[in-house]
Design a protein around this ligand. Structure first.
Ligand code: C2O
Ligand code: CU
Length: 499
């Protein structure tokens, strides 16, 4: 669980508090929002689309006048977007040209275990040695399944349309490696979603929100020592609580600007930050109806739209949102703000309404059929498993640090289980392989923004939360963990063996 500086590749010394950039921060709302390029398949056949991606070093102009070194899929951040069809297989040959091992996880994917990016299924650069991990529970090399040069991931995608994302998941090093840029969108589309008269084309935009800090050379700043070293050196180790930057970026650009027409837009929001959660509002709020119409959650469309004035979004959660800019006047500027941020982190991006335009989009009153969602229920008396997210140094689940060789739960394929999740801190909890339904928080109905299929949940202190899932999918070993990436790297992870 140690992060030797040389391996994490980030250049900064440790700080005991939220990171502060050492260069003047860029002027907000001056640079246009980029949209990640869509990756073209290298070939396709009757059942499958084949892709290639290479994790490598690149540079990005994140702050004006600086070339920031990043690690990105195809050398860019965010990585290219994969656009897939429900039921059509996607095969990605991932290459690694980085000086460190990688592991690729498709977050939200219903993926067999051998392609799910189990943290010790690593891919190393051709010819490179596997560095020996050190930390709380040193692992022998034979705990790793090592591929050299490239590794092929197969995604059946027998799942409905939804916003997925792919990111690094290497044992003990996910935080630093995602921070350096290893994350991209993977959208799954289907006929049900395509048939709806929702905004499309350049009015359907993925937004990946992250926070970062920069050192005096304009390079990414990430604390790179483990807690033992920190304690010995007397440096406060609050970064184990999670690394927070002072610059908010969307699609890799700090506080970008998007010029919009006075029409509806569909935004696929992803919080890809290591440790920051946001509570988003529009400023000024539009007159009349609430700011956002939510049409989808982590696991695709909702049954019907929900209106929200504020969107709380934890790490790795996705929200599929419509903003109707016809409620503003041409010339208006509307800022997406973070109500729980301070100074720079209180702002995310800005929209400028630049023209009127015709809009033939609509938000239907009925969006989607959620399948077995309505059948799933349960209460305190039907809890099959109870998970307590606790600890701190290291982080733990049910008083235990992660152990690759210990199975923490073994649901049966096809079974339905109610789980109770609790904590006295705050943790964004993520389950691999399927989506679940929130039943209750502290015995009360979940919040309005918890609706729909979820794979990540904003778990609050004292809010014992019940979830229910039907274990359809694939047998094998998967992880269940906190998606605060520093908590995950510091052992807040469990093994689920689907039998
Ligand atoms: Cu988004 Cu196990 O991760
Ligand atoms: Cu956590």
């Amino acid at each position: 669980l140690a992060v030797p500086a040389a391996l994490s590749g980030c250049s900064s010394p440790v700080t005991g508090k939220d990171l502060r950039s050492d260069i003047p921060l860029p002027q907000p709302f001056t640079r246009a929002l980029p949209v990640p390029p869509v990756l073209a398949p290298t070939r396709t056949d009757g059942t499958t689309d084949y892709y290639e991606l290479t994790a490598k070093e690149g540079t990005a102009e994140m702050v004006p006048g600086h070339r920031t070194r990043i690690w990105g899929y195809n050398g860019i951040f965010p990585g290219p977007t994969i656009e897939a069809r429900s039921g059509r297989r996607v095969v990605v040959e991932h290459r690694n040209e980085l000086p460190v091992p990688t592991t690729v996880h498709l977050h939200g994917g219903h993926t067999p275990p051998d392609s799910d990016g189990y943290p010790t299924d690593v891919l190393v650069r051709a010819g490179a040695e596997l560095p020996h991990p050190k930390g709380h529970a040193p692992m022998p090399h034979d705990a790793f399944s090592v591929a050299r040069g490239s590794r092929t991931y197969t995604y059946p995608l027998k799942q409905r349309a939804m916003t997925l994302w792919y990111h690094d998941h290497r044992m003990d090093f996910t935080g630093p490696q995602v921070y350096r840029g290893l994350a991209g969108f993977h959208l799954v589309r289907d006929d049900e979603d395509d048939r709806l008269p929702l905004p499309r084309g350049d009015r359907e935009i993925p937004l990946m929100i992250t926070d970062r800090a920069f050192d005096e050379d304009g390079q990414l700043k990430y604390p790179s020592l483990d807690s033992t070293l920190l304690r010995e050196s007397g440096v406060e180790n609050s970064y184990m609580k999670g690394v927070l930057g002072d610059v908010i970026m969307v699609n890799g650009v700090p506080w970008p600007l998007l010029e919009v027409s006075a029409t509806r837009y569909r935004f696929r929001l992803l919080n890809a930050s290591n440790a920051r959660r946001y509570e988003l509002e529009l400023d000024p709020a539009p007159p009349g109806a609430p700011a956002f119409t939510q049409i989808g959650s982590d696991g695709g469309l909702l049954d019907r739209p929900r209106q929200h004035q504020r969107i709380p979004i934890a790490q790795a959660e996705r929200f599929d949102l419509i903003i109707d800019f016809s409620r503003y006047k041409v010339g208006d500027e509307v800022t997406l703000v973070n109500k729980i941020g301070e100074k720079g982190t209180a702002q995310v991006m800005r929209f400028r309404v630049v023209r009127r335009a015709t809009d033939d989009s609509r938000i239907p009153a009925t969006l989607s059929d959620l399948g077995i969602y309505d059948e799933l229920h349960g209460n305190e008396d039907s809890v099959a498993r109870d998970f307590k997210f606790n600890g701190g140094d290291p982080w733990q689940i049910n008083d235990k640090v992660f152990d690759v060789n210990r199975i923490d739960a073994n649901p049966k394929l096809g079974s339905t289980e109610v789980w109770k999740l609790r904590t006295n801190q705050h943790h964004p909890v993520h389950l691999h392989m399927l989506q679940f339904k929130l039943l209750s928080r502290k015995g009360k109905p979940p919040r309005a923004t918890d609706a729909g299929w979820k794979d990540t949940l904003d778990l609050f202190p004292g809010e014992d939360t019940l979830i229910v899932a039907r274990w359809n999918g694939y047998p094998g070993r998967y992880v269940f963990h906190c998606h605060n990436l520093e908590h995950e790297d510091m052992a807040m992870m469990a093994n689920i063996q689907v039998e």
